[in-house]
Design a protein around this ligand. Structure first.
Ligand SMILES: [Zn+2]
Length: 96
């Protein structure tokens, strides 16, 4: 799936570098312990059967995307310092 024009426009405006990551297993892997022994009792809910970690399924997938990027680029996998922001915030509030 491609990215929307508004996505590219925002990234260009904010000078955000974009990298494509293979999406395989991003929704099935536990972002805390990397186990794939996981469940989605509901569409929006993620549960790890190995470490009992539970969180929003989209947030878990997002953390895995960051971790997969870090792993591919030889960076330490950083589970606790995931930065999130809402696209509808003004640009000024993103500069921190
Ligand atoms: Zn886990």
């Amino acid at each position: 799936m491609g990215c929307s024009k508004i996505f590219w426009s925002i990234c260009l405006d904010l000078e955000i570098k974009v990298e494509k990551i293979q999406p395989a297993y991003t929704s099935k892997t536990c972002s805390k312990c990397l186990s794939r022994k996981t469940q989605r009792p509901k569409q929006e809910q993620f549960v790890c059967l190995d470490c009992n970690y539970q969180l929003d399924a989209d947030l878990n997938g997002s953390r895995n995307i960051e971790n997969f990027y870090r792993n591919l680029n030889g960076l330490p996998v950083n589970i606790t310092q995931v930065k999130t922001f809402k696209v509808d915030q003004s640009y000024d509030s993103l500069e921190s």
